[in-house]
Design a binder for this molecule. Sequence first.
Ligand SMILES: *Cc1c(COP(=O)(O)O)cnc(C)c1O
Length: 389
Amino acid sequence: MPLHPETQAIHVDVPDLNGARPLSVPLYQTANFGYDNPEDLAEAISRPESFAYLRNSNPTVRALENAVSQLEGAAASLAAASGIGAIHTVLHTLLGSGDHIIVQRHLYGGTFALLKDLEARFGIAVTYVDGRDPAEVTAALRPTTKVLYLETISNPTAQVTDLPAFFAVGRAARLTCVVDNTFASPMGCRPLSMGADVVVHSSTKFLSGHCDVLGGIASFADAGLHRRVWSRSLETGAIADPFAAWLTLRGLATLGLRMRRHHETADGLAHFLSRHPGVEKVHWPGLPDHPAHELAQRLLPNGYGGVFAIDVAGGRKETLEFTRRLRLVDRAVSLGGFKTLVQQPSATSHRSMDAEGLRAIGITEGTVRIAVGLEHLEDLKADFAQALS
Ligand SMILES: *Cc1c(COP(=O)(O)O)cnc(C)c1O
C-alpha cells in the first residue's frame, strides 16, 4: 500500500554512511565537491544526478527535491531560490518568442508581473481566462499556444480551479499544463495525478511553514522536462541554497499536522467573521455562498489551506483602521507560516494590477487577506472581534 502523504513527509531519503543513517537530513553546506579522478568530475558537472558545483546540485537540496517528488508523485523535482525563481525558470524553458500561454485571471501578483514582462519584452502572447469553465481554454487556443497555467486555490479570494477538467482540455490540445499548488500544498492536492505536467510551489509558504526561509520548487511528471528545466536553471542561477533546503525539509516533517490545523482554524474563523456585522463578505470555500463551495469539497477533501479574504464593511479608511487595531495578528505579506498575518492585496501583493484588473478578480480597497497561522482559534476570534468593534 502506498504511504499516506503525512508519513511520506516524515520518511524522506537520508544518506547511508556505511550503514549508519542520520535521522535528519544533514546540511551539506559546501559550494563544490572534489574528485580523485578528473574524468569523474567532468562527468559529474554535466549531470543533474551528480554533485560537482552548488549551482548544479547539492545533497541537501536533492533530499528536499526527492521528498517533494514523493509527495507530488513526480518523476523529479527542482528546488529553486524562491517560488518566483521556480516559476520563472519553468516558463522560460517552456516559452519562446511568438509563443502563446493561457493563464487563469486569479493569479499570484508576482506571476502576473512576470507574465507582463514576458509579454512586453519577449513577444509572448498571454490570454487570461476566468478559470470557471474549461471551454474558455478551447476558445482561447491558437496554433502557437504552448502552456496552460493555473493555480489550485487562488490568492486572495480562494477560487478553486477544476483542475481535472482544465487539464483534460489542455492535454487534448497538447499544451504543457503547469499549476501553482502553493495554497493547497501536496497535503491538499496532487495535481500530477489529475493530469498536470508541472507543479510549482513557493516553499516559502506552507512547505517550510516557519516564516524563516525563501524557496521554491517545481515537480515534473516527465524526467526529460525536468532535465530541460534543470539546464535552464544553470543559466538563471535561481537555485536553492542548502540551508534553505534544510530548513524546508525540517518544516516538511510537520506539513500534514500543520495543514489540518490551518484548515480547521481558517474554517472556524471564516464562519465567525461571516456572522460579524463589520464584515461585508467572506471569501472562504467552506462557506455555502462561496462560488467554489461544492468544487472544493469534491477536489480538496483534505482541506482548503489556511488563506482567505474578507471585505471589511465601509471603505479604505475603515479597512486600514481595522488592520491597524489588530494586536495578536500582524500586518505582513506572505502566508503559510505559524503566525496569522493580514495584508491589503490592493496595496501589496496585487499592486501591479490596475483597478479594472483588481475588480475582475473581486479585490476592492476593503479586501483584507488573512493568512491563518497555528494560534488557538479563540484567541484569533477575540483579536478580530476587538479590531472590528
Ligand atoms: C508567494 C507565492 C509565490 C512566489 O513565491 P516566492 O517564494 O515569494 O518567490 C508564487 N505563487 C504563490 C501562489 C505564492 O503565494
